[in-house]
Design a protein around this ligand. Sequence first.
Ligand SMILES: N[C@@H](CCC(=O)N[C@@H](CS)C(=O)NCC(=O)O)C(=O)O
Length: 306
Amino acid sequence: MAFFGAALVRARVQAMQFDRRSPRRENGPADSVRGAEVLELYHHGSSVCAAKVRLALAEKCVEVDEYHYVDILAGEQFTPEFRAINPRAVVPSLVHDGRIVNESTLICEYVDETFDGPALMPEDPYERYRMRSWTKVVDELLHPACADVTYVSCHRHIVRRLSPEKLEAYFESTPEQSVKGAWRQRKRELVMLGFDAPDIDSKFRLYDRQLQAMETALTDSPWLAGERFTLADIALAPYVNRLDMLGMDGFWRDRLPHVDHWFGRIRNRPAFRPNLLDWCPDELTRDLREYGSQSWPQVEAILGLA
Ligand SMILES: N[C@@H](CCC(=O)N[C@@H](CS)C(=O)NCC(=O)O)C(=O)O
C-alpha cells in the first residue's frame, strides 16, 4: 500500500472529479459525534465491502461529510486518481482529514477506535477474538466467494452491456491483486463463461457452509460473537443481504431458522435500509433481483435443494 503525506493526499482528493451521486441519501444519524475533521467515503451501491463500512459508520453515529460514488461496473475504480487512494482499485476507501484508510475490515476497526459512540468491538480479549474470527473468515473466504457468486449470477450481464472495446479495457484495467488474487483473469472467465466457469459450484457451497456456521453460532447466542451486536454482525450482514437482493433467500429460508431470525433483527435496525439498500440505484436493484432470480434454479441444483 502506498502512503502519502496528508497534505498531498488532501490536494489529490480535492482535485478529483468524482461524481457525488447520492441516491435517496438519508444517512440515519442526525447528530455527528465528531469534531471539525473531514470524513470522506469512496464507495459503490452494490459493494458488500462498502455497505459494511457504511453500516459501521451509521451504527457508530458517525456522519460522513462527503460521499464519492465510484461506479465499479463502469470502470471508475481504474482511474489513476482513485488508484492513488486505493492501489488495488477497489472500494471502499475512507479518507479521514486527508489520511487514507483502506480495507473494509480495517476501516471498521479504525472507525470504532477513532470515534465516540456505541462500542462495536468487545472489551474482553476472548470475545474480541471471536469477533475477529468472523471478520477474518469474511476477508479470506466469504468475500472471494461472494465476488464469484455476484458476478456469475448478475454482474456479468451488466458489464456485457459495455461495448466490446470498453469490456476489454474493463478486464485489462483490473489489477492482478484486486478483489482477490488473479481477479483479472477470473473476472473474464465469470463474465464470458457464466455458470460454465471452472470451479463455480464450490463458491456457492462455500457460501452455504458459512451460513451454516452462522446458524451454529446463533443457536447459542443472539449475535455472532456473543451477547452483543459487534463488527462480526456488521461484517456478515451485507453478505446475507447480497443473497436476499439476488432473490436467493432460499439459502436460509426454511433451512436455517437462526440465520433467518438474525437477519430479521438486522433488517429492523434503523441503519439497515439507508446503508444497505438505499445506496443501490433502482436499476441495479432490479438487475440484482431479476438476474439473481433467473440464476436461482442453477444454484438450487448446485446446493442439492432442487
Ligand atoms: N479486501 C477489500 C476488498 C474490496 C473489494 O473487493 N471491493 C469490490 C466491491 S465489494 C470492488 O471494488 N471491486 C472492483 C472490481 O471488481 O473491479 C476490502 O475489504 O476493502
